[in-house]
Design a binder for this molecule. Structure first.
Ligand code: PEP
Ligand code: MG
Length: 964
């Protein structure tokens, strides 16, 4: 943004005429290195076309577009004329703001000027300013803009009462960065005030960064104990700056359509809040002027508005919903409209229709400037976004032969193969339907038909993939994609674009991109991943519409290298040929990484852009356990890796053959090997892979799969399915572990600065004990006499455990006691440190090493760059495990490990040496973990544990263990 500095200001100038003043302005611009001397003629030529007098003794001379090549760089110079200059239009000027603009940067200065023009006695103040600083301060008066736009609205939120809506509205303001958590906390203590018509209001001044108005509406209007609820407004109050928002709110309450607010969309609500009456007609037009709505085009727009027989109002579709008179130059400039933004004109009464058409025509004609329509080159612009990875490749330095590159280990295994670098196809299409190739051209109805056909084709593609996936996580994610395809809101948004003349391609991608951005601003990892899913679905349809050819992989085995592969791309992988997956971006928690694990494809992710510079057919060794690749390996290294691969495959075959043996060390120490599940439907698969039980059932996935808390019957049916498949083997069920970074849409939690340290796990569950009680009841009923182990997540001390246990005890007294044990997860360091007091009351511990590592090392487990350092073999984590096991065994309790560390081959002997009794790992790992156990004795395990505990860092632990 252009900011004024004292060297830009010349005080005490004198001029004999307005021409003389213009000459001085040109000289000042030239001296400042902003323009060529010939720019003087440009200023005069522009003034000859019409006065640049702005108001309040200020004129803004600038050149004509024809002289733009004489501008060296964008800037302004201020010339003060204390005695005044008689301007050619009869006004008196005390300040010239001379502009050299080759871009739209000066719009910010102009916009600031328009704020000043509203002030009283500004003419006198610019005439008498005594220093450059005083002048700048005068002109730079920041106007506190109240915020109200699509991003501050939170519509159709699944809330059950006014309080949840109030919190959702406050959280939205926080996400929009208008307020901080103090504001949200202040709102939680408030009783919403009734405004009438089912509308309610909360407001606070604490923690306000920018005054703003939010509105949260419910999914469906409902009636609460205090009356109808159609929506809750939330005001972030600051000084007087929010008063205009209250005025708008009052306008809306007077609107005859107020009762229908809960059903209204964002555009409609913003229109109503900006005072558009229900009788008003509107017209939209995209601004095409290269430098936005600067003074000259603004003046022509104002002239056009003044020529109409009815009053014309105008607002910007993007940003604050502030409606201004189109006949006011300062107000129109104050909108700060830029190329590509949409102006919405409104008018009412007889003559409104032709008046609006005239306004649209004026804007489309360029408002006195020659304008370039958007569709020129737009295909290239769009292609550029999607083909980003090809550009990256060109700039990335090549990787040396036989060099190693370490990144995030996302899925275990070893692969040696040539790479296939998949670059996303660039979709080239025009924005307007009329510019499509003739076979695809046609009106809105034809574009709509094309989109529907493409959607049907995309659905066929997805169904084929779902059929091939044969259930599991892959099928679930693809089914979610198929559902997204049918989202009526996406289609309606696309159809709206088509009605405005857009091509099906542009309208569809715009709808997808808008929806994806809306997800991303929620700043929550799971929802951000939904945005990636949305774009994935969007690209699939776009590919069909553009007839784009997907890149063809080689016929033989290969390692797929890509920027950040979409979930459906992973699902489409031919597991026969794809030996490994390497991505430039992404973390271990992305859907793509989860899918790679589910498909058993070794994967390394987040390796940086350099890997995109690999040439197709370059050989690499990919180690999904170590998160390492070797590029174009030397012959010796390759031979060694091939040998290891063969051994691994042999080992895997043997391990699978012995999968039903009990988990035991080579010298007979019993260590149970169980499976981690997210879905009870996979329990049979776990048994088939040799699992001796389920060591961790992540029940939150059941809750996430339902639009509301699943009722008792649903939960009983789910848990029974697992018990039946387990056929007498124990099931360790973790109670609902959501909140923080794992949100449940129907259980809103106010946005938190540190979700990992916030309301999650048992803390959250205890805020709604009735939900926890239903889950526990369902587990006890489903188990009957079968072995059920219940554990609570994120417990920090005995207090939380006692509260939760009390519910189990009460239910057991009611339902009857079965084979039930109750324990806690040890995943917060405080729980490990306090293990002796917990062990006195619990039946067992299960150590969640993923979170325990995160909290011990203070590294976000999903952090794209740091997560590879969040190594559970860190000696600090190992000491906490040691304390936990010692405390448990002192009280005769058993200890399991259910985090990822339990299947790490280097960690298995250490954990056994520390005395753990059970390892719970992902289903596919069960046979290999049993094989690793058979390969160690209690003595070697103890040695591994002692060695590891005495090391200072996790790397030192790994090195020392390898040397044993
Ligand atoms: C853990 O934290 O180690 C754990 C098993 O729980 P989750 O990964 O589900 O948080
Ligand atoms: Mg955990």
């Amino acid at each position: 943004m252009l900011t004024l500095q004292s060297r830009d200001v010349a005080l005490g100038c004198q001029a004999t005429s307005w021409q003389d003043a213009l000459d001085q302005a040109a000289a000042a611009l030239h001296e400042g290195g902003l323009v060529e001397p010939g720019y003087r003629d440009a200023l005069h030529a522009r003034e000859a076309q019409g006065s640049t007098f702005l108001g309040s003794a200020i004129a803004i001379p600038h050149g004509t577009p024809a002289h733009r090549e004489q501008i060296q760089r964008t800037g302004v110079r201020l010339l003060q004329f204390p005695a005044g200059v008689e301007w050619h239009d009869g006004n008196r000027v005390h300040l010239l703001v001379a502009i050299a603009a080759s871009s739209d940067e000066h719009l910010d200065v102009l916009r600031q000027l328009t704020h000043v023009l509203d002030d009283e006695d500004v003419a006198e103040r610019v005439a008498t300013a005594e220093s450059a600083e005083a002048m700048i301060a005068l002109l730079s008066k920041p106007k506190v803009k109240a915020r109200l736009d699509a991003d501050t609205l939170c519509l159709r939120f699944p809330a059950r009462d006014r309080f949840e809506l109030a919190l959702a509205a406050a959280a939205r303001l926080r996400q929009a960065d208008c307020v901080d958590s103090a504001f949200v906390a202040a709102i939680t203590t408030q009783e919403p005030v009734e405004l009438g018509h089912g509308l309610w209001l909360v407001s606070a001044a604490a923690g306000v960064r920018q005054p703003a108005l939010s509105l949260a509406t419910p999914e469906r209007a409902f009636t609460g104990p205090r009356g109808a609820v159609n929506g809750v407004f939330c005001v972030a109050a600051q000084g007087e700056a929010h008063f205009e928002l209250l005025t708008r709110l009052a306008t809306l309450l007077d609107d005859e359509r107020v009762e229908t607010l809960a059903d209204a969309g964002a555009d409609d609500i913003l229109a109503r809040l900006s005072g558009e009456s229900s009788h008003a007609e509107t017209a939209r037009v995209t601004l095409l002027n290269a430098h936005g709505l600067h003074a000259r085009p603004a003046k022509l727009l104002v002239q056009a508005a003044r020529e109409q027989s009815v009053a014309i109002l105008v607002r910007l579709q993007e940003g604050a919903a502030e409606t201004v008179s189109a006949a006011s130059l300062t107000k129109v400039i104050g909108l700060g409209a830029r190329r590509g933004q949409t102006l919405i004109f409104t008018a009412e009464g007889e003559g409104a229709t032709p008046a609006l058409a005239a306004m649209v025509a004026a804007v489309e004609s360029g408002l006195g400037e020659s304008v370039r329509p958007f569709d020129e080159g737009s295909g290239v612009a769009r292609g550029q976004t999607l083909a980003r990875q090809s550009r990256v490749t060109e700039s990335a330095p090549p990787l040396d032969d036989d060099s190693a590159l370490t990144a995030t280990a996302a899925s275990p295994g070893l692969a040696i193969a040539p790479v296939f670098v998949m670059r996303a196809p660039s979709f080239d299409y025009p924005e307007r339907a009329r510019d499509l190739p003739s076979a695809r051209q046609g009106d809105a109805a034809r574009q709509r038909e094309r989109l529907i056909e493409a959607r049907d084709e995309a659905r066929v593609q997805l169904n084929t993939l779902i059929g091939r996936a044969k259930g599991g996580d892959v099928a679930e994610i693809l089914s979610m994609h198929a559902e997204m395809l049918d989202d009526p809101e996406l289609h309606e948004a696309a159809f709206e674009g088509m009605r405005e003349g857009w091509s099906a391609e542009a309208a569809w991608w715009n709808a997808i991109d808008t929806a994806a951005r809306a997800q991303e601003v929620l700043a929550d990892r799971l929802l951000a991943e939904r945005a990636a899913d949305l774009r994935d679905v969007g690209r699939r349809v776009l590919g069909v519409l553009c007839g784009a050819k997907m890149p063809t992989p080689p016929a033989g085995p290969y390692i797929l290298v890509t920027d950040d592969i979409g979930p459906s791309d992973v699902a489409r992988l031919d597991t026969e040929q794809v030996r490994g997956l390497l991505t430039a971006r992404g973390g271990a928690t992305s859907h793509s990484a989860i899918l790679a694990r589910a498909l058993g494809i070794p994967a390394v992710v987040g390796a940086g852009e350099r890997v995109l510079a690999l040439a197709n057919d370059d050989q690499i060794i990919l180690d999904g356990d170590l998160g390492r690749i070797i590029v174009r390996p030397s012959r010796e290294r390759r031979d060694r890796a091939e040998l290891r691969l063969k051994e691994l495959e042999q080992l895997r075959r043997e391990a699978y053959g012995l999968r039903f043996e009990e988990g035991r060390t080579g010298d007979g120490q019993r260590i149970e090997v169980a499976a981690n599940l997210g879905n009870t439907a996979h329990a049979a698969d776990a048994v088939e892979n040799g699992a001796e039980g389920v060591g961790l059932l992540r029940t939150e996935f059941l809750f996430m799969a339902h639009p509301d808390v699943p009722d008792l019957q649903t939960q009983v049916a789910e848990y029974s399915r697992a018990f039946e498949a387990l056929d007498g083997r124990p099931l360790v069920a973790r109670t609902l572990d959501v909140g923080g970074d794992k949100p449940l849409p129907y259980w809103p939690v106010p946005a938190e600065d540190n979700p990992f340290l916030g309301l999650r796990g048992i803390r959250l569950a205890l805020t709604r004990p009735e939900v926890l009680e239903t889950q526990l009841r369902a587990l006890l009923i489903a188990a009957g006499a079968r072995p059920l182990r219940i554990m609570f997540p994120m417990v920090k001390d005995i207090d939380e455990y006692r509260q939760a246990r009390a519910i189990v005890d009460r239910l057991q007294a009611e339902i009857g006691a079965g084979d039930v044990q109750v324990g806690v997860m040890i995943e917060i360091p405080s729980a490990a440190l306090l293990a002796p007091s917990l062990a006195a009351e619990v039946d067992f511990f299960s150590i969640g090493t993923n979170d325990l590592t995160q909290y011990t090392l203070a590294i976000d487990r999903g952090h794209a760059e740091l997560s590879s350092q969040a190594d559970g073999l860190h000696p600090a984590v190992l000491r906490l495990i040691q304390m936990t096991v010692e405390a448990a065994h002192a009280h005769g309790r058993w200890v399991g490990i259910c985090g990822e560390l339990g299947s790490d081959p280097a960690a298995i002997p250490v954990l056994v040496g520390l005395g753990v009794d059970e390892l719970s790992v992902s289903v596919r790992q069960v046979p290999m973990v049993k094989a690793h156990l058979r390969g160690i004795t209690q003595e070697t395990a103890k040695r591994h544990a002692t060695t590891a505990l005495s090391q200072p860092t996790s790397q030192a632990v790994r090195d020392a263990l390898e040397a044993l």
